[in-house]
Design a protein around this ligand. Structure first.
Ligand SMILES: C[S@@+](CC[C@H](N)C(=O)[O-])C[C@H]1O[C@@H](n2cnc3c(N)ncnc32)[C@H](O)[C@@H]1O
Length: 203
């Protein structure tokens, strides 16, 4: 249980777009947010450099937090391209909307992705979710929604924390990727992140 005064202190110290807003979201919903600090520049770069999409693509981001990947993803898209970002936290969505007016931000769970895409399919789906923290039923629903929403040659990119590598939920997520994609690649560990992480690239 997180004491109330910890959340209160973070709220008072947080300027609208500072990383403390992310800490505040974590203190409110630690299991959903799944990390106490936003991804570093090194991990964000590794994730976005793993994405192979054209500037005119439809890209979806799941669990953008306060936008560590969002900023770099938007830089890669031109006026024909579109970024849809699904974020469930009230605190984080508020920061995202202020920071990225060009992004279509959706305040809903990633499991409802097909509903928002309509007849469209995504060329690339980038996950910022902490899959290791998810219960199996939710993991399945989000994974199915992601698969349903990709074009046949679309790409899925996700990261995982090194310390959670052997969590049963992480192993389960890994199995889902190897079962459902033709090709799965892993990057080396990115040590310059709190906590260290690695990236999955799936086709
Ligand atoms: C580990 S944080 C990563 C945030 C950001 N991508 C980063 O790397 O800094 C996971 C984010 O996913 C969001 N999230 C968790 N479950 C979600 C769901 N079912 N649908 C959409 N967002 C979710 C959390 O609120 C949190 O902002």
């Amino acid at each position: 249980m997180i004491p109330d005064h910890a959340g209160q202190a973070a709220t008072e110290a947080a300027t609208p777009d500072s990383p403390l807003r992310f800490v505040q979201a974590f203190l409110r919903e630690p299991f959903t947010v799944g990390a106490c600090w936003p991804s570093s520049a090194a991990l964000s770069r590794a994730v976005v450099d793993s994405c192979a999409f054209a500037p005119s693509s439809t890209v979806v981001e799941l669990g953008p937090g306060t936008g560590s990947f969002t900023e770099l993803l938007l830089e890669r898209l031109d006026s024909r391209g579109q970024l849809l970002a699904f974020e469930i936290s009230d605190t984080n969505i508020e920061v995202l909307r202020r920071r990225f007016p060009r992004c279509r931000t959706i305040h809903d769970s990633a499991e409802f992705l097909p509903r928002y895409l309509g007849h469209k399919r995504a060329d690339c789906i980038v996950s910022g979710l902490a899959w290791g923290n998810m219960l199996p039923a939710l993991q399945d629903r989000v994974f199915r929604a992601m698969l349903e929403s990709l074009t046949p040659d679309g790409q899925f990119v996700a990261f995982a924390y090194v310390h959670a590598r052997w969590f049963p939920t992480t192993l389960r997520f890994r199995k889902l990727m190897f079962r459902n994609f033709e090709r799965v690649e892993l990057t080396p560990i990115i040590w310059r992140n709190l906590p260290p992480a690695y990236v999955y690239r799936c086709w």
